[in-house]
Structures are given as structure tokens and as C-alpha cells.
Design a protein around this ligand. Sequence first.
Ligand code: NAD
Length: 269
Amino acid sequence: MEKKLINQVAIVTGGSSGIGEGISKSLALAGATVIVNHPVATTKDAAEAVVASIVATGGKSISYQCDVSKEDQVIKMFADVVAQFGTVDILINNAGLQRDAKFHEMTLAQWQLVIDVNLTGQFLCAREAIKEFLRRGVDETRSQAAGKIIHVSSVHEIIPWAGHANYASSKGAIRMLMQTLAQEYGRNKIRVNSICPGAIQTPINTNAWNTPEAYNSLMTLIPYNRIGQPKDIGNLAVFLSSDDSDYITGASIFIDGGMTTFESFSTGG
Ligand code: NAD
């Protein structure tokens, strides 16, 4: 792969599995130094395995434990990364989780945890990234932009999702967060975009693909007739992080095999 992100430093939140793992590996192949963030002591081994596979292919990477929903931990992560690597060029706001329930049975704890990680976590990391981008400004030996933020949202930023009101609300809010940041900091040459995946084969949605029945049912939603892979998202993350996309900011890019074309309308409606 062409080294389009050479000399750039990327933080990937929730980088120890699934989409975050795929993005970490793709950014590293494109030349970035990748900080593979993970939340707790029990995710350290998985994060270290991602780091090891990056290093094995000649890339640069470290793991970093930080719960993105905790302000003090996020501030410390950015300070430590800047101290060790000089700056941060790319933030991939990927960490996320689900706590599914019928809405009338949803507990405040289920609502709050999803909002805290999926939305407040993206706010906290974006804020620290933007402070650093503003401090450094544009350095054209690195990139035409002062910094790039990529929010990992979902098709559920526009598709309502019964039984997942907390999750869909968090992703809908990310759309406005992303667009507002793009508007507010465009003049500072900071680019902010969202990747909106459809169904990607990761641990978050195992029961949607791990039996033939589940997989076939999933395919009724996807015109392109395959589940997505973390590498599909990694390829897009490299593009959005590189100067190839220098005129793209404020965009939600759907990467979903056509899910948002509403497959069920293909035979009627
Ligand atoms: P995943 O469960 O493999 O990844 C989520 C990651 O977030 C895990 O590595 C987990 O350790 C980390 N995480 C959770 N809480 C955290 C916290 N407080 N601080 C730091 N990290 C934390 O699932 P995934 O599918 O790879 O999900 C990644 C992102 O993609 C999520 O934001 C998810 O909403 C989004 N997404 C996934 C799909 C899909 O089909 N897989 C579709 C649309 C959007």
C-alpha cells in the first residue's frame, strides 16, 4: 500500500477488536504510527496482539488503556501521546457498545452507558484532538490539514432501530456533532467526517451472522449480498485520513453494501 500517512500519528479508540482493529492495521500499512486504544485491563492482551501484528508487518504502534467516557483518562491519553510522539494528526473515534432493550423496559443505566461511551466518549476525544490540532496548526510536511477526525457512526444515524433507542440516539447525535465540528473548525483546516457502516462482521453483532439462518436473514437487508469486513472500513478510513480527501469535510459516508437503499423496496413498495 502507498504510504499516504507517513509521519502521521493516529489514535484509534476501541482499536483492539472489530472495526477498530481493521482501521488500526490499515492506517499502519499506510505509514501512520497507530495508538491502539482499549478500555480496561482485560482488553490489554487483544490490543497488544493488534500492535504485534502491525509491528510484524514493519509498522509502528503502541497500545494505550483509556476508558473514553472518562474525562481525566482521555485528557491523560492525549497528553501522553503528544509527549511521546510530538503530536496527533488523526483521531478515529470508534469505541462503541450496545445495551439493547425494549424502550419501555430500558433502564437508565442501559441508556446512560451507551450515551457515555458512544457519544460523550466521542466528544471528549474530539475536544482533546482539536486542542492539539489548533496548537500545532498546518504543517505541510505532514498533511494539508491541521488534523483529521473520523467519527465511526452507523447506518443507524438515519435508520431508526427498534429495541436499540439508546444506540440509535447516540449515532444520530454523532451526525450533528460531526457536522458542527466541521463547520466550526473548517477555517482552522481541521477536517471532520463520519464513517457510517452497515453490517460489518465483528464481535458487536455476532448473532446477526453466526448461523446460516441469521446470515440469510441479514442478506435480505443488503443488496450487495455480503457482510462487510473491518478491512472495508479500514480502506475508507485511510482515504478520509489522507490528503486524497482534502476537500471532504462534514460528510457522513455510508459503507453498507447498499443497506440504506432500502432493499425491501426492490420488489415492490
Ligand atoms: P467491537 O465490539 O469489536 O468494538 C468496539 C470496541 O470499543 C471494543 O474494542 C471495545 O473494547 C471498545 N470500547 C468499548 N467501550 C469502551 C470505552 N469506554 N473506552 C474505550 N474503548 C471502548 O464492535 P465493532 O463492530 O468493531 O464496533 C466499532 C464501532 O463501529 C462502534 O462504534 C459501533 O457502534 C460501530 N458500528 C459497527 C457496526 C457493525 O456492524 N459491526 C455497524 C455500524 C457501526
